[in-house]
Design a protein around this ligand. Structure first.
Ligand SMILES: *[C@@H]1O[C@H](CO)[C@@H](O)[C@H](O)[C@H]1NC(C)=O
Ligand SMILES: *[C@@H]1O[C@H](CO)[C@@H](O)[C@H](O)[C@H]1NC(C)=O
Ligand SMILES: *[C@@H]1O[C@H](CO)[C@@H](O)[C@H](O)[C@H]1NC(C)=O
Ligand SMILES: *[C@@H]1O[C@H](CO)[C@@H](O)[C@H](O)[C@H]1NC(C)=O
Ligand SMILES: *[C@@H]1O[C@H](CO)[C@@H](O)[C@H](O)[C@H]1NC(C)=O
Ligand SMILES: *[C@@H]1O[C@H](CO)[C@@H](O)[C@H](O)[C@H]1NC(C)=O
Ligand SMILES: *[C@@H]1O[C@H](CO)[C@@H](O)[C@H](O)[C@H]1NC(C)=O
Ligand SMILES: *[C@@H]1O[C@H](CO)[C@@H](O)[C@H](O)[C@H]1NC(C)=O
Ligand SMILES: *[C@@H]1O[C@H](CO)[C@@H](O)[C@H](O)[C@H]1NC(C)=O
Ligand SMILES: *[C@@H]1O[C@H](CO)[C@@H](O)[C@H](O)[C@H]1NC(C)=O
Ligand SMILES: *[C@@H]1O[C@H](CO)[C@@H](O)[C@H](O)[C@H]1NC(C)=O
Ligand SMILES: *[C@@H]1O[C@H](CO)[C@@H](O)[C@H](O)[C@H]1NC(C)=O
Ligand SMILES: [Ca+2]
Length: 580
């Protein structure tokens, strides 16, 4: 026994004596690439390999991992698809051998980017994981892949769209897992490589694109505010502009901001704690926006200083006045969400208290008036993916009604169902292989309505648990898929307008504990990342439980409230097909 332990210790010390410099070279990488034929239809290009050690890299103040300093091996190589003259570039960061903890983390992008440059990879290295990203064949222009979705005006380039939709991430993940095992000599059949996903927004959609299709995709997926239900998500960005145009009133940014500020002030206490954080946007809607209180914002004075031109944006003049009744009516209509001309609900709106970024107007220096400014994030969807024109926005919204928005949603849903829509509700293969999902969504997200994630969680619950009661099905779902609404948080980030809100910065640590140690999170670990309480810990409630603060508590109680669950379960009765 003793002798066995001794030799095992020698083996261990010998193994950990391997340094980054020993293995971080093009020749070592070449000798450990996945074998030809490992992934059908792909050919790796060994001549493209680069590998260099990077020491003492530091990262600061990131939403998804704590500050850290670390060493890594920076590896890249390319592959092509057999029969196509394309080139896909992969990047993997590998921890030093003595820091490697048998983990692989796949990462993605945001907006129309398929990766986040070097922003997401440290999140893996810090936890002893190899971390990977892909350019999915889009090259350096991957930061806006949309400029490559058409082969010509009128012709979609479906290969590129599939690469963006899910194929690129799948290939990067499968090649990355194999490469990791080979690089670290994980040849014994009893050594497990734990595999993870972490991404937010488009990165959240990319995570779901894998979990929904591949039971073997990851052991744990961390998915924030996913940009899924694609055609709905992209089109709803235009709804506030159409409201302004339809109602004929264009509030200035300052007037909008005043309405948001008042909403935060009045709704803050509804969660039981006056901390500047709207922890209960459901109550905010029913007890403030829908109630008469909201109209009392009209008449309140607002004032904002002029701003200089910054980064291509034109200067804005000083704005002051009293909030008008029309401005209040416009915002109330926006918060009601998109309905068709027959009054049936098409989609949800961002929560009250969220910044009204989508509703921003533009200043006309000639007429000295605020007017329509079409948000390009939504307009580019219509221009490129619906109208098949290689532009970056639609020129205007002339003739566009609420029904037009519904039609764009339907057309997009049919066109992209199998590649981008990403709301397949049956996760049985993933659940059966033991996969876990931790989904979170800022409850003050301006861009992707928080209700979008709630709807998907509820759709999966219903589809996977036929015949079970709400409580039984929710409990079954929570065994592998948990949803956390983050009080006050904006889109994939802590919210400067609600600085005392928590943000779940340590999600990967929480997921590792769930996957590797069987410790399921009952609440989600989070930290105040800014302001006077920076560093303070707060726990976030798991859906369907909702936060209620008691005096002097450090975290809210998590309670089941039927009214709240009912509030979040919107009926999209404008459609007679299921919308998951
Ligand atoms: C990420 O890239 C930026 C810009 O190229 C660079 O300044 C920074 O050091 C990089 N971070 C790491 C951790 O390598
Ligand atoms: C990592 O490798 C890529 C590709 O060779 C290179 O462009 C980049 O500068 C490297 N990064 C660092 C920090 O060495
Ligand atoms: C689309 O426009 C981009 C520039 O925004 C350009 O790089 C690209 O070549 C164009 N594609 C086509 C098919 O015209
Ligand atoms: C893997 O094994 C080879 C051969 O024993 C050795 O040279 C190499 O350093 C090992 N790699 C690591 C990361 O331990
Ligand atoms: C794997 O098996 C080897 C030999 O069969 C044994 O020495 C080692 O401890 C095992 N490792 C784990 C993690 O169980
Ligand atoms: C809104 O509140 C912020 C503080 O969160 C403040 O800086 C800003 O001036 C306010 N804007 C208006 C229009 O009242
Ligand atoms: C709404 O107005 C009523 C009557 O003024 C007041 O009692 C209540 O506290 C207000 N609620 C909110 C959320 O502001
Ligand atoms: C704004 O409202 C205040 C009272 O709150 C009033 O004194 C002032 O005249 C109003 N200003 C304008 C421009 O209507
Ligand atoms: C700005 O206002 C002027 C004068 O009313 C008008 O002629 C012009 O079309 C406007 N510009 C835009 C971009 O709407
Ligand atoms: C394609 O459409 C864009 C956007 O409308 C336009 O700017 C461009 O000129 C068109 N290209 C061709 C070749 O017609
Ligand atoms: C929870 O967050 C705190 C900071 O708020 C951090 O110190 C702690 O390590 C985190 N716990 C886990 C399991 O990551
Ligand atoms: C909360 O703390 C304050 C100040 O520390 C104290 O006065 C108050 O009694 C406490 N309330 C409860 C319910 O413990
Ligand atoms: Ca509060």
């Amino acid at each position: 026994m003793r002798f066995h332990h001794l030799s095992y210790a020698i083996l261990l010390s010998r193994a950990s004596a391997v340094t980054l410099n020993d293995v971080c070279s093009p020749s070592y990488v070449r000798a450990h690439l996945p074998a030809p034929g490992f992934y059908q239809g792909l050919s790796l290009d060994p001549s493209s390999i680069t590998a260099n050690p990077v020491t003492q890299a530091s990262v600061l103040d990131n939403a998804f991992y704590p500050d850290a300093t670390f060493d890594y091996c920076n590896v890249s190589f390319t592959y092509s698809h057999d029969g196509l003259a394309d080139e896909v570039a992969l990047t993997y960061w590998l921890p030093a051998p003595n820091k490697f903890q048998n983990r692989f983390l796949a990462t993605g992008g945001g907006g129309y980017a398929i990766n986040s440059g070097n922003q997401s990879l440290p999140g893996g290295i810090i936890y002893g994981a190899v971390a990977g990203l892909t350019d999915a064949g889009f090259g350096a222009a991957q930061t806006n892949t949309l400029t490559q979705w058409l082969a010509a005006n009128g012709t979609l380039d479906w290969h590129r769209i599939y690469m963006f939709g899910y194929q690129g991430i799948r290939e990067m993940s499968e090649l990355g897992k194999e490469f990791t095992k080979s690089f670290f000599n994980m040849t014994q059949s009893n050594t497990t490589l734990y595999t993870y996903w972490q991404g937010c927004s488009e990165g959240g959609r990319e995570g779901w694109s894998q979990v929904q299709r591949y039971g073997d995709s990851f052991d744990g997926a961390i998915i924030g505010a996913p940009a899924f239900r694609w055609s709905f998500q992209q089109t709803q960005l235009l709804y506030p502009d159409v409201v302004e145009q339809t109602m004929g009133y264009y509030p200035s940014p300052c007037e909008l901001q005043k309405i948001v500020n008042e909403t935060i002030i009045h709704c803050d206490p509804l969660d039981g704690k006056v901390d500047g954080v709207v922890g209960r946007t459901d109550l905010c809607y029913t007890e403030f926006v829908e109630a008469n209180n909201f109209s009392a914002i009209a008449g309140l004075p607002y004032s904002c200083p002029a701003t200089p031109a910054i980064m291509g944006a034109p200067p804005t003049p000083a704005q002051q006045g009293n909030v008008t009744k029309q401005a209040v009516a416009v915002v109330k209509k926006i918060l009601d969400g998109l309905h068709d001309s027959q009054g049936r609900r098409v989609y949800f709106a961002p929560t009250p208290g969220a910044q009204m970024t989508e509703a921003q107007t533009g200043y006309n220096a000639t007429s000295k008036q605020w007017g329509l400014s079409v948000i390009s994030l939504g307009g580019s969807f219509v221009e490129v993916e619906i109208n098949l024109l290689n532009g970056s926005n639609i020129p205007d919204l002339n003739g566009v009604t609420y029904d037009t928005l519904k039609d764009w949603i339907t057309e997009g849903m049919q066109r992209f169902q199998g590649v981008l829509e990403t709301n397949w509700p049956d996760l049985t293969p993933y659940k059966n292989t033991g996969g876990k999902v931790l989904m979170f969504h800022g409850e003050s997200d301006w861009g992707i309505p928080t209700a979008s994630s709630v709807r998907y969680w509820e759709s999966v619950r219903k589809i996977m648990n036929p015949g079970k009661s709400y409580n039984d099905s929710a409990a079954a779902q929570n065994e592998f898929f948990k949803l956390f609404l983050v009080p006050g948080a904006t889109h994939c980030a802590a919210n400067p307008a609600q600085p005392d809100g928590p943000f779940p910065q340590t999600n990967l640590a929480v997921m590792i504990d769930w996957v590797e140690n069987g410790k399921a999170p009952q609440t989600l670990n989070a930290t105040v990342l800014q302001g006077k309480n920076k560093g303070q810990n707060q726990q976030i409630c798991a859906w369907p439980l909702r936060p209620v603060w008691r005096a002097n508590a450090t975290s809210p109680d998590c309670r089941f409230e039927q009214k709240s669950v009912d509030y979040w379960n919107y009926e999209l009765d404008a459609f007679n097909v299921p919308i998951y």
